[in-house]
Structure formats: structure tokens, C-alpha cells
Design a protein around this ligand. Sequence first.
Ligand SMILES: Nc1nc2c(ncn2[C@@H]2O[C@H](COP(=O)(O)OP(=O)(O)OP(=O)(O)O)[C@@H](O)[C@H]2O)c(=O)[nH]1
Ligand SMILES: [Mg+2]
Length: 305
Amino acid sequence: MNSPGATPARPGVIIAHHGVAVEVLFSTGARNMVRVKRRSGHVVGDNVLVRGEVLEQLPRRTELRRRDAMGGLHLVGANLDVLGVVVAPAPLPPAGFIDRAIVAARAANLRPFLVVNKSDLAAASVFVAELRATYPDTVAIFPLSAAGGDGLDPLRKFLGEGHRGAFVGISGVGKSSLLNALCPAIDLRVGTLNEHNGRGCNTTTVSTLHSLSCGGELVDTPGFQDFGLVDIAVPELAAHFPGFEQTRDTTCRFRDCRHRTEPGCAVINSVALGQLPANRYATYLAILDEVEASEAESRCRGWKN
Ligand SMILES: Nc1nc2c(ncn2[C@@H]2O[C@H](COP(=O)(O)OP(=O)(O)OP(=O)(O)O)[C@@H](O)[C@H]2O)c(=O)[nH]1
Ligand SMILES: [Mg+2]
């Protein structure tokens, strides 16, 4: 409660982050820009209390982070329930992008789902079939076309269950187009693909949170190439890696099994029996290398400090 004479605290949520200012949607429905320090650590989805020009961040229910190729840390969003990993037959996602995004989402207590945009393109049906084969019964897959409008209803229904989500994916897959298609009133800027390399042009530069007319809320994020994992321990990677679900009922000989070379490993056994595709396991090993390297780096930093 505010003491008499004190500046009243206005509750709101950050709906856009512009470097030195954030846009806050207040519970009254009003929107205002509030100045913040450049590296304030606030992110879209943060619940805040604003007193005059002072912004207080409230505790986060969930927090999704990623690391870029240079090792830089980025907050993707706060208080999200679901993560929509948006991919398309063109431009294709980098190797391991979907897996890292799924692991990061699950480790942050978010439910991941796959959105396969541009189903109108000729290459789409093979691409969708490959994804269905790679992620059977692992994550929900929504094939659709933001341009043509096909397949939008199942996604509308899912989001309308009241989820707050974010779309992530590389530049040019159609994240902003999809938000516009779901809710034309949003009217986000959409870019073109580079004629020479077929890549997106980094059209969206600021993450923004939107309420959808079908229910639910979505964050449109700027496209990025790297979904490096942050502070994920090996057991978490193994627990959340898409495709390992089927081995959960069988136990490895060692409780702290990394599923690399250990004898009596249920995962290695599943690969040998052909129950787990070898390429899924190879992807796991590649991400395991990164997680182990990052663990070693943190240990090193700990010794030095
Ligand atoms: N064929 C086809 N093209 C689409 C579809 N959706 C989007 N596009 C095109 O894809 C290009 C990129 O769309 P954007 O919505 O700007 O992509 P984005 O993922 O938001 O890109 P960034 O903001 O740069 O991260 C545009 O040329 C769109 O017209 C679709 O369903 N089918
Ligand atoms: Mg965009």
C-alpha cells in the first residue's frame, strides 16, 4: 500500500524494450515510455511497478536466456509459458537450432512447440515430413502459411488457451508475418529475403509483446542465428533433449551417466538397437560437447576468482 503523499506505484508489464527506454502497458490500459539504464536487465514480459520515473521489476515466474556465438548473454523474454520455434523451408534453420531452443525452453519451464511457416512453398511438404520424423510425439508441430492463411486455426486455438509465448527463429522465416496473420491489427513491419543468399534482412530490431484477439499473448523477437544454451548442466541436457523421452523408462548403470561412452548406458543401447536414430544421438553429442566446454569454462572462472 502507498503511504499518504508517496508517489503511487502503477503496476504494468514491459511490452517493448528500446535500449534506454521501455514501453510499459499499465493495468489501466495506458501505455508509457519509462527511461532505464542501457543494460538495465529488463526484458519484454517483465511485470513492473512504476513510481514516477522509477521502475521496479517484480520477480519473474520464468526467464528464457540464450547465448550468442560471441558468448554474449541475451534475455529472450520473461514470464513466458510457451516458446514457438519458427522455422521454414527457406531460409533453413542452422544445425541444432531447434534442439537447443527446445532444451532451453524446457529447462526454463516453458512448453516448446514448432511452427513450420511457408507451407505454400514447394519444399514445404518434405520439410514438414522430416520434422515430424525427427520430433515424433516430442513437441506439437504447426505447419502453416502466414502468407496464405492455411493452418492458422490450430495455432490460434492453442495460443487462445491463454498462453503467453514468444516466437523465435532466424531472420526471414516469417515471425512478424505470422503475428500479423494471427492478428492483422498488430501490423508489424515485414522484410524481404536477400536475393543473393536467401537470408532474412533482420527487419525486426526490437522485441514486442502483443495481445492476440484469439486470446493469449505473443512476443515477436528479432531474428537470431544462435540459441546457445546458458547454465544448462549435463543432466538437464539429457533430461530435456528431444528424442530421449523414449529412453526415460530404462535406466543407465550409472546415475550420472552422460550417455557418451559409459557402459550400461540406456541411450547408447537404444541407438544400437535402432530405437533412437543415430543422427539424433550425434546432435546430442555435439550439444554435449558445448555444455561440457561451458561447464569447464565456469569451473575455470571459479578457480580464478
Ligand atoms: N512464401 C511465403 N513467404 C512468407 C510467408 N510468411 C512470410 N513470408 C515472407 O518471408 C519474408 C520475411 O518475413 P518476416 O515476417 O519479415 O520474417 P521475420 O522472421 O519476422 O524476420 P526478422 O524480423 O528479420 O527476424 C517476407 O518476404 C515475407 O513476405 C509464407 O507463409 N509464405
Ligand atoms: Mg520480424
